[in-house]
Ligand binder design. Sequence first.
Ligand code: TEU
Ligand code: CA
Length: 574
Amino acid sequence: RTGTPWWKQSSVYQIYPRSFADSNGDGIGDLPGITSRLDHLQTLGVDVVWLSPIYSSPNDDNGYDISDYLNIMAEFGTLADFDTMLAAMHARGIKLMMDLVVNHSSDEHHWFTEARKSRDNPYHDYYIWREPQADGSPPTNWEAAFTGSVWEWNEPTGEYYMHMFSKKQPDLNWENPALRQEVYALMRFWLDRGVDGFRMDVINMISKPWNADGSLPQAPVVREGFLQPGFALSCNGPKLGEFLREMREQVLNHYDTITVGEAPLATIRQGVELTHAQEGALNMLFQFEHMDLDCISGHPNGKWALKRLHLPDLKASMMRWQDALAEHGWNSLYLCNHDQPRPVSRFGDDGVYRVPSAKMLATFLHGFQGTPYVYQGEELGMTNVQFPSIEDYQDIEIRNMYRVAVHERGQDPQQVMQSIWAKGRDNARTPMQWSDSPNAGFTTGTPWLALNPRYPEINAAQAVADADSVYHHYRQLIALRKQEPLLVHGRTEMLLPEHPHVVAYMRTAESDSARLLVLCNFSVEPQTVVWDGALKFETAELLLGNYPTDNAELAQRLQSPTLRPFEALLVKLR
Ligand code: TEU
Ligand code: CA
């Protein structure tokens, strides 16, 4: 259709540069490494790359702690390497989204090293400072995302500064117009350099819920003495819309960009406000509702409190967002990223049925309305890892959680390791698996984080050569999005919402007599589907499946299909 923005028909590939491709043997991925691997992305057919942060950083949180927004992290290369990489992407018709991390900077950014010197330093109010309470305790009882208080004492000025994440990630003060102008200037720097858009890190946390007197609310006790994390209190503050509309007016409206805002705990209403085509500010958002369905909600251990996914919950969550954003907003579609475990281990089967279940999950996701995101290795069906010791893990979130759980709360180390194996972020950060050569062709040196031991079996070389691989299934899904207008424009209608093992949904449009049917068996057992009333259609054409399927008998079979273990069908009905 004419007038459809390009980012509504695009598929995005997320690269975690530290783990993608190492070109100089130091065991750390880098920009020349990315440039050398663009064939892989072009064959896959992705239109946009979202690059996790590549700016100067001490890597306390692997680049999500930025010490210079206008330069490239030394380990990743130089601005010249960046320009070479961007030119190579553009030459292949691939656009680039940078990761905009402006809720906080690194404590090694010169803004902060200046700000903390004195209360009247010109940069002091780029950050959030508060006096201790009368008894000397921190201003609020908020818990930081990586454990501990969100307040860190600063002796030179005799006050605390706020950090929602690590103490090396001081929160920026968006109430300060001078700070906001600094952010807009750095955005223009990259946009003028040719960048095509931004993924915005925890962008719904930039407006804090200040009381009129400048104080902050205390965190309510949620359960058994545990507090609602400060994280939750700081999402979607009162000025979020105002700040983002200013960003849109002063920066984004002057460029043809793709933007996605990471919005933890965003509600449907906030999602609609954020992505509204006229009044909103961003093209789409990463909401987390479906990422929180396999943990016990409100549990003090948060994401580490494991619970088995109840499939109807996932269907209901996907449909809430499909319906809410269908008219005026837009959804991102994702099952993983650098913060989430591998989907085939989390929602599928990473054993005997790894390949069919990875393809099924891809079909489930890419069949919905929105812009799909493929995270590096997801297209290979890469799996979680189970490193034996906490020493094998690098992620600050994992290491801090382990220390608190085991050494402060006395929890059983093996139990805690089980949670790390299930939900730890390093599951997604083991190096990309290019081939069955040493270190999977990721590096000729010692990798910064150990490889997943399954790389001899699971790697890009094998996948590209195998027509039945997960990789080629993703390639076909991405191609279908360009061929089938219904995939972009069709409304979604969930069938059998309460079925515990099967997902069935339709994509329809008034303007189109055809319909798309997506059928997914999320279980290892065969499932026979009984429709509420007959499925009416004249012809059925299989667009994509993950088992050999006889098209001739498909129409007959669909009246009451028996789906094989993790079988997925994408069918065009007329
Ligand atoms: O993540 C924010 C966020 O929501 C994380 O707390 C996430 O929910 C958690 O890690 C899941 O275990 C963004 C980045 O994606 C993450 O990598 C950074 O650590 C974080 O912000 C701080 O920049
Ligand atoms: Ca390197």
